[in-house]
Design a protein around this ligand. Structure first.
Ligand code: ATP
Length: 185
């Protein structure tokens, strides 16, 4: 996403974000209600660099974003060093955790690793504006919302792939600079 790259396109963020219709749904964490085992299973069944945290699967209201790396390190540390944390422990991303049942293992509190202000755009944001935001802020990923509800995610690589496809479909564009090639006489 070099500043010199011109990207004039009429597509919207909804056309480039993931998941696509044929993809599995967005992999999200809920702010409470998941166990350590469930979080580990979600992380290990995917290769994504991060996971949005939502209020609940029903509402998909955005709470924040957690990096895969931070999740894995925190869970590993807690399992080794934190008294009583086991697979059945609740993972809590909220500020205050509900009192656990008497026989429940202690919760694993992970609010500290959540980015509570992840960058977001709406699905209707024109792609040239989204590209500009990525470029100016040096983003790796950005979340996509619709009416305040989390809808998807878009990464720098998604944008680069989209630009490359766009370029192939328009052969008169230079593949790197995405500018029209000068006409040769
Ligand atoms: P790479 O891992 O190859 O560097 P990337 O930079 O696009 O790819 P990833 O986070 O691994 O970063 O995302 C891979 C693909 O999965 C992208 O198309 C992205 O939009 C999508 N994606 C990222 N996170 C999630 C998620 N939590 N749920 C569903 N899809 C996601």
């Amino acid at each position: 996403l070099e500043p010199k790259e011109e990207f004039q396109h009429s597509s919207l963020t909804a056309d480039v974000m993931r998941p696509r219709r044929s993809d599995p749904p967005l992999a999200v964490l809920t702010q409470e209600g998941m166990t350590v085992e469930e979080v580990e299973a979600l992380v290990e069944s995917t290769h994504y660099s991060g996971f949005p945290v939502v209020v609940s699967q029903d509402s998909h209201r955005l709470v924040g974003f957690v990096l895969r790396r931070d999740l894995l390190i925190s869970i590993d540390n807690a399992r080794k060093r934190q008294e009583g944390v086991v697979g059945a422990s609740q993972v809590v991303f909220t500020e205050h955790s509900p009192a656990p049942a008497d026989d429940a293992p202690p919760p694993l509190r992970l609010r500290g690793i959540v980015d509570l202000s992840p960058f977001t755009v709406t699905d209707h944001t024109p792609m040239d504006i989204t590209v500009d935001i990525f470029r100016k802020l040096g983003l790796r990923q950005c979340l996509v919302t619709h009416n305040g509800k989390l809808l998807g995610i878009i990464t720098k690589k998604d944008i680069l792939k989209h630009m490359a496809n766009d370029c192939q479909q328009r052969p008169r564009l230079h593949p790197l600079q995405l500018k029209p090639l000068p006409l040769r006489h």
